[in-house]
Design a protein around this ligand. Structure first.
Ligand SMILES: O=c1ccn([C@@H]2O[C@H](COP(=O)(O)O)[C@@H](O)[C@H]2O)c(=O)[nH]1
Length: 225
């Protein structure tokens, strides 16, 4: 894995725009994160195109289905050689075990605990009877015991998770450099706070992609780390 922990989230509908942005900031990021928006629009072809930048690719597909279906999806993306793939930890132990078994040996499989766009009230309205912090820790524990490489959580939980899973691989999105505009994100910290608390990968999208000057934004974030 590249030394720079920042993975740029390319959440945009056009392949040429995504490629141009990634090329522009390539020297100031450690990898590229492709999520549902990109993968649904451009599929395998889009991933092959971005591989031309020679940066690690994180496929943030957040797989969540019965174990057989998730394992088959993992096998189908094997050919794309992703460095990291996400599944939802709430899919359960068997699903995570089968996902890990089906993944390539150079692919880290990480479990999404509680989305950074959710707060305690959101969880409560879905029937989860505890705080986002408690739920993230519980799902981190389940992901660990199911043999995953790590988890996705917010910067608010990373310290606690890190202390109970020393060699885990921890992905933190919901990062806002200046604690400025959060958009749909509810559990945010700065990139530096996440890194100091033990994050392995910092996922950053709009603070770079929607900045007036994305290159300057990527450089400024890099300088804080
Ligand atoms: O809990 C999660 C899991 C994944 N994400 C993804 O990270 C990026 C964040 O984008 P920003 O523009 O920096 O908010 C986005 O692709 C999400 O799908 C997340 O935010 N939270």
């Amino acid at each position: 894995m590249n030394h720079n922990p920042v993975f740029l989230a390319l959440d945009m509908p056009r392949l040429d725009t995504a490629e141009a942005l990634a090329r522009k900031v390539a020297g100031h990021i450690g990898g590229i994160k492709l999520g549902l928006e990109f993968f649904c629009a451009h599929g395998h072809h889009g991933v092959h195109e971005l591989h031309k930048l020679h940066l690690p690719i994180f496929l943030d597909l957040k797989l969540h289905d019965i174990p057989n279906t998730v394992a088959a999806a993992m096998q189908a993306i094997h050919v794309l050689e992703p460095a990291i793939v996400t599944v939802h930890a709430s899919g359960g132990r068997a699903m995570m075990e089968d996902a890990k078994a089906a993944a390539g040996e150079n692919t880290k499989v990480v479990g999404v605990t509680v989305l950074t766009s959710l707060d305690d009230d959101d969880l409560s309205s879905t029937g989860v009877p505890c705080s986002s912090h408690e739920q993230a820790l519980r799902l981190a524990d389940l992901a660990h015991s199911a043999g995953l490489d790590g988890i996705v959580c917010s910067g608010h939980e990373i310290g606690a998770v890190h202390s109970q899973w020393k060699d885990g691989f921890f992905v933190v999105p919901g990062l806002r450099p200046d604690n400025g505009k959060n958009g749909d994100q509810k559990r945010t910290v700065t990139p530096r706070q996440a890194r100091d608390a033990g994050a392995s990968v910092l996922v950053i999208g709009r603070p770079i992609s929607r900045a007036e000057d994305p290159l300057a934004a990527a450089r400024a974030i890099e300088a804080t780390l």
